[in-house]
Design a binder for this molecule. Structure first.
Ligand code: IMP
Length: 423
């Protein structure tokens, strides 16, 4: 049981970067298994804010091996820039960043296709980050994609041109014009740059680490409600963000899974389009956005904000068999006089349920709320859960009772020190 998995249980942006960085000393390997540069994992320490998009969040710890797994879709130009900006901060990744040869490559026309497809959808657009994620996964499944290992092949350029030609055909269908010259130059520069990093047969790499007794942390991106199968389809991302994605995205058998760490905010946010039952359109939602600095780490878009949604949280806990809950951003609620939690949905026919309907998008659900009194005090220098204000302790206990899983970590600020653990 040597691979623990950290997953977002909501619509992404739960604070995975901070937690991976915080718990990383317990692990020898941190591995990303899905998603790509659509992710933005924010880490704060020594007064500096860092956003990682594709590099695993163990990057700041030189003793940790960071693996980009086969399930990831990789933008080499973005990766090169990420590596260079970390180098400027004194972080040398030449020996502790490993890239799967089987990860799929995002090429410039994938981004153009993403933009063209969103434009065509008009009002029904997904709200994609436009990083080429969907088209790259579509090519993977259509068995026409390029993989990182292909850059080492003598005919890589021909393979690239064949895929590009296919994309240009699709772009003509969309009547979408794009000037690719600069992006292609950047792409091929990045291809050369990446060749000096270890490109590995990642399934062997990680299983060897397991055999040696290393502890692995699989770092999820996005959130369970954006999962391609179990999320709010079609307003989802294009990968399995849930627990099984870690097995297929790394080549690790389920037998090796240990703890499943499910991370959620004390309230809810979402970027992009799609259903969000507890969304607040009033001053309270604005207040959550302002206090929580709820703006996308990748795109800077304002995040939609709302109260905690327990039917959705229970669903994510079920799909992932979460063993530990990690509650983030409790401090954002410090000033609130009252806090609401959605415990059930009321369906259009009046039925009250705590299950997610087949299609949240086409079923209008009305949240049924339970009201809590706010703790209305600052949270600083907490040493144990016993020191929590009573109202916050009640809030946590209620969530644990409803969901059936203990909250073993509480984050109440962006710094490493603002984190409380319970055995
Ligand atoms: P895509 O994965 O860029 O195609 O975006 C699909 C949907 O997932 C959009 O609603 C995005 O806003 C959302 N999304 C993608 N990545 C993230 C993330 O890292 N955090 C939060 N939402 C995301």
């Amino acid at each position: 049981m040597c691979m623990d998995i950290l997953l977002g249980l909501q619509w992404g942006d739960e604070g995975k970067g901070k937690i991976v960085d915080f718990i990383a000393p317990d692990y020898q390997v941190v591995a990303r298994f899905q998603g790509g540069p659509n992710a933005g994992h924010t880490l704060h320490f020594d007064g500096i804010k860092h956003v990682l998009h594709q590099i695993p969040s163990g990057a700041f710890r030189p003793e940790i091996k960071n693996l980009i797994g086969n399930g990831v879709v990789l933008d080499l130009h973005t990766l090169k820039n990420e590596i260079l900006s970390l180098t400027k901060l004194g972080v040398d990744l030449t020996r502790n960043l490993f890239i799967s040869k089987k990860a799929q490559l995002i090429i410039p026309t994938h981004r153009a296709l993403d933009a063209a497809s969103e434009k065509q959808k008009g009002e029904n657009k997904i709200g994609s980050t436009l990083r080429g994620i969907g088209p790259t996964y579509a090519d993977k499944v259509a068995r026409v994609g390029l993989r990182v290992g292909d850059i080492l092949l003598p005919d890589f350029k021909e393979r690239y041109n064949a895929l590009k030609a296919r994309h240009l055909e699709q772009l003509r269908f969309y009547a979408y014009e794009v000037d690719l010259q600069e992006q292609e130059e950047q792409f091929f520069e990045a291809v050369e740059f990446i060749k000096s990093y270890p490109l590995v047969d990642s399934e062997y790499f990680i299983n060897n680490e397991i055999r040696k007794g290393s502890r692995i942390l699989a770092e999820g991106a996005q959130g369970s409600l954006l999962d391609i199968d179990f999320g709010s389809y079609p307003f989802v991302t294009s990968s399995n963000t849930t627990v099984a994605g870690a097995c297929t995205g790394l080549g690790v058998a389920p037998h090796h899974i240990g703890k499943v760490l499910g991370i959620f905010k004390a309230y809810c946010t979402r970027v992009g389009s799609g259903p969000f039952p507890t969304e607040l359109f009033d001053e309270t939602g604005e207040r959550l956005r302002r206090i929580g600095h709820e703006f996308g780490a990748t795109t800077g878009r304002p995040r939609r904000c709302g109260w905690l949604d327990l039917p959705a949280l229970k669903y994510a806990v079920m799909i992932n068999h979460v063993t530990n809950l990690l509650m983030m951003k409790a401090d954002v609620l410090n000033e609130f006089e009252e806090i609401m939690v959605c415990t059930h949905y009321e369906l259009p026919d009046g039925t009250i349920t705590d299950q997610l309907p087949y299609c949240l998008n086409s079923t209008k659900v009305t949240p049924v709320y339970q009201r809590f009194t706010g703790w209305q005090c600052e949270l600083t220098d907490l040493q144990s859960f016993e020191e929590l204000p009573a109202a916050l302790a009640d809030y946590i206990r209620f969530i644990e009772q409803q969901v059936g899983v203990p909250v073993t970590l509480l984050s109440y600020g962006s710094n490493r020190k603002d984190t409380l653990m319970r055995a």
